[in-house]
Design a protein around this ligand. Structure first.
Ligand code: AMP
Ligand code: MG
Length: 393
């Protein structure tokens, strides 16, 4: 059994960006990662631009100016200002080349075609210079950047409509278990509702992975083998839920071994999620997650998330970490390191009741995991603890 640190390090070392990119329409790029630097085709702003509503002036050493014209946003004309002249101007309008400052309208008194500046005017005040945000030929966003709403808006502001991104990962989700019923159907004695598929596919979608196929399989060796073999052949990542423990009806490990999936690790000294398997066959990675819902999701965020981000070329591939003062007491049983469902807010963290690996209710309330290392046995109110922030809103 290996430590959490060793397991994370193996995940990071064995995964790398897939060498598959494609040119797509920027409007479909949300959540995808740039496979190439994006170079700006224009200066932004593309002209000297007024940042305020007011008056553009050709400065002189009096505070009196004569107003000779007006330029509003979208106008293309260029009045010529002599020293001591001003034009009325509005936010976003092009600043005439002969103007060298803008005084905001709150700082002037206007009488007919004359204005008096009531405050000193500073050279270049309230003028956005040509290319102030991005210069033509500059790298606007670099390779490895995940496209966010702001990123898509920014590239569109440069007139860009297409980008080269890492091809979206193809992910198979295989759910094992004879006891699983479908929500909406009636529950027979001994059954529980299957919830890992929708939970994990929602977590994947939330992180921008939309290409996810789900297959259900009974606890039967041959069916498990067939489904796994097909999934490994046709996907970049295979996630299995359940069937990886040591019970007589847990067939996932045996099937993976039989089809020569290279085991990168099996079993991590952690709670929840001890029987976690990570392996590789050809170019496909496999995580077999314990079926207990809270274990599956905890392993998903700590390990699968990192692997997927690495494979999609995202440079920020680890959960954000911080420290916080604990609002709760906690006594750890056993010697495994533990991830505790928690609510983090404003440098404080509340460790929730109900940390059992089957209790997904607690996870539904959490926005963070408190990390309790192997050698820490107790947390007392006000102790500083390590916190991993979940990548949820
Ligand atoms: P397993 O890892 O297959 O031994 O399952 C461990 C526990 O998680 C058992 O109590 C299962 O009933 C439960 N479980 C397994 N798969 C799911 C699932 N897809 N949805 C909800 N609970 C599950
Ligand atoms: Mg099972």
């Amino acid at each position: 059994m290996i430590s959490i640190e060793q397991a994370i390090s193996i995940v990071k070392k064995s995964t790398k960006p897939l060498d598959k990119s494609e040119c797509i329409s920027l409007k479909n790029g949300l959540g995808l990662t740039l496979a190439k630097d994006v170079v700006s085709p224009i200066n932004m702003p593309p002209f000297r631009q007024s940042a305020m509503d007011g008056y553009a002036v050709n400065m002189h050493n009096s505070n009196q100016y004569s107003i000779i014209d007006e330029v509003k946003a979208g106008d293309a004309h260029q009045p010529t200002l002599q020293t001591g002249e001003a034009v009325r101007i509005f936010t976003g309008a092009p600043v005439p080349d002969t103007a060298n400052a803008i005084i905001i309208q709150e700082h002037v008194s206007v009488n007919a075609n004359f204005l008096t500046a009531n405050k000193p005017i500073e050279l270049n005040a309230n003028i956005r210079s040509l290319g102030e945000q991005t210069k033509k030929g500059d790298i606007a966003l670099k390779k490895g950047t995940k496209l966010t709403p702001a990123g898509i808006g920014f590239l569109t502001s440069l007139g860009i409509t297409e980008v080269v991104v890492n091809k979206p990962l193809s992910i198979a989700l295989i759910v094992t278990g004879n006891e699983l019923a479908t929500a909406g159907d009636s529950l027979q004695y001994g059954q529980i509702y299957e919830s890992n598929a929708i939970m994990l596919s929602s977590a994947l979608n939330d992180l921008g992975y939309m290409n996810v196929g789900i297959t259900n399989v009974k606890d039967d060796y041959q069916s498990t083998y067939n489904v796994l073999q097909d999934a490994i052949l046709n996907n970049d990542m295979v996630l299995v839920s359940g069937g990886i423990s040591v019970g007589d009806y847990d067939f996932v490990g045996k099937a993976l071994l039989e089809m020569c999936v290279e085991q990168l690790f099996y079993k991590v000294k952690q709670k929840p999620g001890k029987p976690l398997f990570f392996g590789k066959k050809d170019h496909t990675f496999v995580f077999a997650l314990p079926g207990n819902p809270a274990s599956a999701l905890s392993c998903f965020y700590v390990y699968v998330n990192t692997a997927l981000k690495r494979m999609s070329g995202n440079e920020h591939f680890e959960l954000l970490k911080t420290t916080a003062k604990s609002l709760s007491n906690f006594v750890k049983k056993g010697d495994r390191a533990q991830f505790l469902k928690a609510i983090y807010n404003n440098d404080k963290v509340e460790i929730l009741e109900g940390q059992n690996s089957s209790m997904i209710h607690t996870f539904a309330l959490a926005n963070a995991l408190v990390y309790v290392p192997e050698n820490l046995h107790e947390i007392t109110v006000n102790d500083t603890v390590e916190v991993l922030l979940l990548p949820i809103n």
